[in-house]
Design a protein around this ligand. Structure first.
Ligand code: ADP
Ligand code: MG
Length: 233
């Protein structure tokens, strides 16, 4: 393992729209996030959190500046390279995006299909394990319609983690979680950080998570205005 940070952004600028409507959303963002760390991203609505997260997660093209993700430059990278890189990431979004016609286990197995051919028995075992980690062992064969909001979000967390991603990127994932589940998800991500170097970047305003973060970055009007390192409780 090298010391190359898994996320390394330099002088990132980003714009939306064109002509008169062209508006800059991110200004001169430079950022290095070390392996195994848990970073929280905070800031007012419209400050650029989702834009930054999706740029770093290769879900949006880098317009100006540089992003090196797991040692690979994203700017002007061929789509095939981006697809390969995305397989090493786990995403958890605000809306859980589960397939309503698939059971919890089948939804989590979708998180493995990006890895290509894995035999069904292995995939089922991995999905059951990932659901067990978020306390859903008793709900493997439930459809999303028969799960609570918090349980659905935990299925989405399992789906993001089942492929053992190098980086987890999450956009307010705990909004729908009750207090205990939110804390459990953070503990799980932190354990994965220690055990296998999983790096987490999470947009959140949840005080329970901020208390446990290694670092809190604050965005305002598209700029990083605060960068606090913590020694978490
Ligand atoms: P946050 O996640 O912090 O609420 P966003 O990253 O979603 O902020 O948005 C940052 C800024 O970029 C806002 O001014 C928003 O209106 C603008 N923006 C975001 N997405 C788009 C888009 N697809 N088209 C145009 N403007 C956008
Ligand atoms: Mg957002």
């Amino acid at each position: 393992m090298t010391d190359t940070p898994p996320i390394n952004a330099q002088a990132l600028n980003h714009w939306f729209g064109s002509g008169e409507a062209r508006k800059q959303a991110l200004f001169d963002i430079s950022l290095q996030i070390p392996r195994g760390s848990f970073t929280a991203l905070v800031g007012p609505s419209g400050s650029g959190k989702t834009t930054l997260l999706t740029l770093l997660g290769c879900l949006r093209d880098v317009q100006e500046g540089s992003v090196q993700l797991l040692g690979h430059e994203l700017r002007a990278a061929p789509e095939a390279d981006l697809i390969t890189l995305r397989r090493r990431l786990g995403f958890i979004f605000q809306a859980h995006n589960l397939h309503e016609s698939l059971t919890a286990m089948q939804n989590v197995m979708m998180g493995l299909q990006v890895h290509g051919r894995i035999d069904d028995a292995t995939a089922k075992q991995a999905a059951a394990h990932a659901l067990g980690l978020v306390g859903l062992s008793e709900r493997l064969h439930y459809l999303p319609g028969n799960l609570s909001g918090g349980q659905k979000q935990r299925v989405a967390v399992s789906r993001a983690l089942v492929g053992s991603p190098d980086i987890v990127m999450a956009d307010e994932p705990t909004a729908a979680l009750d207090r205990e589940s939110g804390a459990n998800v953070v503990d799980l991500l932190k354990r994965m950080g220690q055990a296998r170097g999983t790096t987490t970047l999470m947009v959140t305003h949840d005080g329970r998570i901020l208390d446990r973060a290694d670092r809190i970055l604050t965005l305002e009007d598209g700029r990083i205005v605060k960068d606090e390192r913590r020694s978490p409780a």
